[in-house]
Design a protein around this ligand. Sequence first.
Ligand code: ATP
Ligand code: MG
Length: 215
Amino acid sequence: MIGIYGGTFDPIHFGHLRPALDILEGLGLEQVRLVPLNVAVHRPQPIAPAVARLTMLELAIQAQPGFVVDSRELDREGRSYSYDTLVSLRRDLGAERPLCLMIGADAYRGFLDWHRPLDILGLAHLVVMRRPGHEVVAGARLRHLYLERGSDSPAELASAPGGRILIQEVTQLEISSTRIRDLVARGLSPRYLLPDAVLKLITDESLYRSSATDA
Ligand code: ATP
Ligand code: MG
């Protein structure tokens, strides 16, 4: 099984990384592919340039077995639809291998508004990570289709290429990129919320200095 972890990663922080490792090891995944988005669909656009977000990801996962940065959304023109990303991954990885799209509880709440959500479920499982301050709530249609029978089990995920939903316990870290950007913009330190190597790049490149955001 392979995990696909999409996001803005503006910047990557421990609230992304520790849950990703929990899932890599907890589900026994072969790898977690971190996929930074290019052009956002349902949220404000990233503040840091794509190349900086990519470099921060690479610095963050250095020497962590199983973590891989996948730049296919940056390499593609235009808006970043997870559906397109999964079609492209299926092309590379074959039809049979179980793929797990990893999303936080806040993203799960809006999942039915994504482009072709039920087709996404045809291509991959959803692994929903609990996140502090966000209840795990799905849209009514999804709840009807999937959640009335409860969360699927890791073994059920391993036995099919996609179509299951697993609600997964992960380390609860109340960290967001928005908070990190706001700290930096106010001249305060975001240290201990993200890897030191990522913070160094933010400092060296003067990222987020004037970016009070409301993302
Ligand atoms: P922003 O504040 O800019 O929205 P973010 O911290 O929410 O940034 P994103 O890049 O938007 O990070 O999130 C990418 C994915 O990571 C989403 O599925 C999101 O739910 C998940 N995620 C982010 N932070 C956490 C966290 N602390 N715990 C669990 N999941 C998280
Ligand atoms: Mg977010």
